[in-house]
Each structure stands twice: as structure tokens, then as C-alpha cells.
Design a protein around this ligand. Structure first.
Ligand code: ATP
Length: 192
């Protein structure tokens, strides 16, 4: 099978994440999309202080994707060394599941910072990358490496940061949250 790997903190998961994931699968770009919940993002470790515990982020991702065909949640990075570097994750996935082909799925915002990723050239050399557009993130599409493909998906103008801030202010942005995730945040007193 062709498996898309869609990594992130998912702190918390929102409808931008889930609808994007559903769209990638519905377009037949991959057979399955695995949401790779990262224990710690190497580029975000110094910047986000209100990161919910791994178990909470994982559980919320599961709740939000339960009914989305072809979209799965993976805790594969749990057993890998920290910080979780994408090249390591992809390499280990390939070893663990030799029957599958793994494709990296990233937003245009991530493509901007991609040159700073650990062993970025090696990722491009060994794996296919699907880039989807993000609001306000322009990039030069003329000279992309052969392994990189731009895909068209709807734009969702929301971020986990906005969700966390809304919770902090006592006005949770429910429009962008799965109902079960909203309840989970409330019940567990996250992001307050
Ligand atoms: P934060 O606001 O905490 O930085 P985030 O909303 O950007 O979080 P991440 O967990 O960092 O979410 O993102 C995981 C992946 O989801 C990244 O590849 C990111 O590009 C993508 N992503 C984030 N927000 C959206 C959105 N609204 N639509 C589509 N993809 C998104």
C-alpha cells in the first residue's frame, strides 16, 4: 500500500487537519494516511509551552479520525529517539513495514522551513513528498525536485495555536473542533 505520513504536534487536532487528511485520501493520492503524532517537534520545542501530554494529543487525534475512511493515527514515534526527526521516522517505518511505500505529506508552511530539517536532502532523495497549499504561503513551483509534487486541497484557515488561545480565553472555537475533541479538552482541563 501507498501510505502518506502526515506528521505534527496536533496540539490539539482540528478540522483543518482532519479535512485535509480526508481530502488527500479521497483524491486517491495515497491508499491510507497516517497521522504521525510527534512526541516533540525539533523546530517547536523551544516555542510552545502549553503542549498537552502525548497521551492526550494521541487520544484527541483518535477521537477526531474515528469515522474518516483511510485515515489512521500512529504512535510510531513514541518508540523512537527524541527529538523525532522525519528522516529517522521514515527510515524506521520502511524497516518495520517493508511491504508499504511511504510518502511524506506536508503543508506549504513546512516546505518553507524544509531546508532546515535534519537531513532534508536525504528525505527528498529517498521519499516522495506531497505538498499542499496553505494560506499566505507562496513558494516557487517551477523548480521543485522530481520527488516533490504539489497537490490541490481546500484551504482551512485555522491553527492549533488559535484553538489553544480560544480555550484559554474561555471561548472554545467549536466550529473547528470535532465535538468529541471539544468535550475531551473540557473534561481534562487542557489549555487553560
Ligand atoms: P500550531 O498552531 O500549534 O503551530 P498547527 O495548527 O500548525 O499547530 P501542527 O500540529 O503543527 O498544527 O500541524 C501538523 C500539520 O498540519 C503540519 O504539516 C501543518 O502544516 C498542517 N496544518 C496545520 N494547520 C492546518 C490547516 N489549517 N489546514 C491544513 N493543514 C494544516
Amino acid at each position: 500500500m501507498r501510505i502518506g505520513i502526515y506528521g505534527g504536534s496536533f496540539n490539539p487536532i482540528h478540522k483543518g487537519h482532519t479535512q485535509l487528511a480526508a481530502s488527500i485520501v479521497a483524491q486517491g493520492l495515497v491508499d491510507e494516511l497516517w497521522l504521525m503524532v510527534s512526541p516533540l517537534n525539533p523546530l517547536k520545542s523551544g516555542e510552545v509551552s502549553d503542549i498537552a501530554e502525548y497521551e492526550h494529543r494521541l487520544r484527541m487525534a483518535e477521537l477526531a479520525t474515528q469515522r474518516i475512511e483511510g485515515v489512521k493515527v500512529s504512535d510510531f514515534e513514541r518508540s523512537l529517539p527524541l527529538p523525532s526527526y522525519t528522516i529517522t521516522t521514515l527510515g524506521e517505518l520502511k524497516k518495520a513495514y517493508p511491504q508499504h511505500e511511504f510518502v511524506l505529506v506536508i503543508g506549504a508552511d513546512n516546505w518553507e522551513s524544509f531546508p532546515r530539517w535534519y537531513h532534508a536532502d536525504e528525505i527528498i532523495e529517498k521519499f516522495q513528498i506531497l505538498i499542499y497549499r496553505r494560506p499566505g504561503c507562496e513558494f516557487d513551483e517551477t523548480f521543485l525536485p522530481a520527488s516533490v509534487k504539489v497537490v490541490d486541497t481546500p484551504l482551512y484557515d485555522v491553527s492549533s495555536t488559535q484553538i489553544r488561545e480560544s480555550v484559554k480565553k474561555g471561548r472554545m472555537m467549536r466550529r473547528w473542533l470535532d465535538e468529541k475533541v471539544a468535550r475531551y479538552i473540557k473534561k481534562n482541563g487542557l489549555y487553560r
